[in-house]
Design a protein. Structure first.
Length: 213
């Protein structure tokens, strides 16, 4: 049976991106430090179409996070382009370049309609304007027996947690303090129960997996 799995890097003070996010700095001030543990890994290089890389205790965690994913749902900020309507004459194709590292349908939550954006590696961005339930329903249909991945951002994961739609949460906890930015668990409340399934210590990060009840 397919699951909805959220997976995100987080600072010790609870932020998944730093303050002052912009098109030039999508992770905000200091936010790139949340992902430095992943950049050297072979598993990270592979999904970005590159060869080489390192192996360490994070490798299996990252490989498993990419496995058995049939569709994804992400927020507008994670796709990119800033708030407001899309530029009709020059719509920005997001942070992800010409070969986005997804190779699945991706349902982007937005208030502004846009035609699907398709890439040769199988990534197709669909822009969903009628809410999180519709995006999840479409993702389930596309994923079939495979899982649905929620890669972010914070607002998107928070909304699905609050709605009781997340089955598993994987946090990559990085020992940095950002002080401000996009906070995970904002507005989620005390009704979400977390059962720890796994904790893996690795260079620069601790991976903690929870079942969400």
């Amino acid at each position: 049976m397919s699951m909805v799995r959220a997976n995100i890097a987080i600072s010790l003070d609870g932020f998944i991106a730093g303050p002052n996010q912009s098109e030039e700095n999508g992770l905000g001030e200091g936010g790139e430090a949340l992902h430095e543990w992943a950049f050297p890994l072979a598993a990270f290089q592979e999904v970005h179409g590159r060869e080489g890389g390192e192996e360490n205790a994070s490798s299996q965690v990252l490989e498993e996070s990419f496995a058995n994913v049939g569709a994804r749902v992400m927020g507008r900020n994670m796709f990119g382009g800033g708030p407001g309507p899309w530029d009709e004459h020059d719509p920005w194709n997001g942070w992800w370049g010409d070969e986005p590292p997804f190779s699945t349908p991706v349902y982007v939550l937005t208030h502004h309609e846009r035609e699907p954006l398709e890439f040769e590696n199988g990534t197709v961005f669909h822009f969903v304007t009628d809410g999180i339930e519709s995006a999840l329903e479409q993702a389930r249909a596309a994923a079939g027996e495979e899982d649905i991945h929620l890669p972010g951002g914070a607002e998107t994961i928070n909304e699905y947690l609050a709605a009781g739609e997340v089955d598993e949460l994987l946090l990559h906890v990085v020992p940095v303090l950002l002080g401000d930015g996009a906070r995970l668990f904002e507005g989620v409340g005390p009704d979400v129960a977390l059962e720890q399934l796994q904790a893996v210590e690795a260079p620069g990060v601790t991976h903690v997996k929870y079942r969400v009840g």
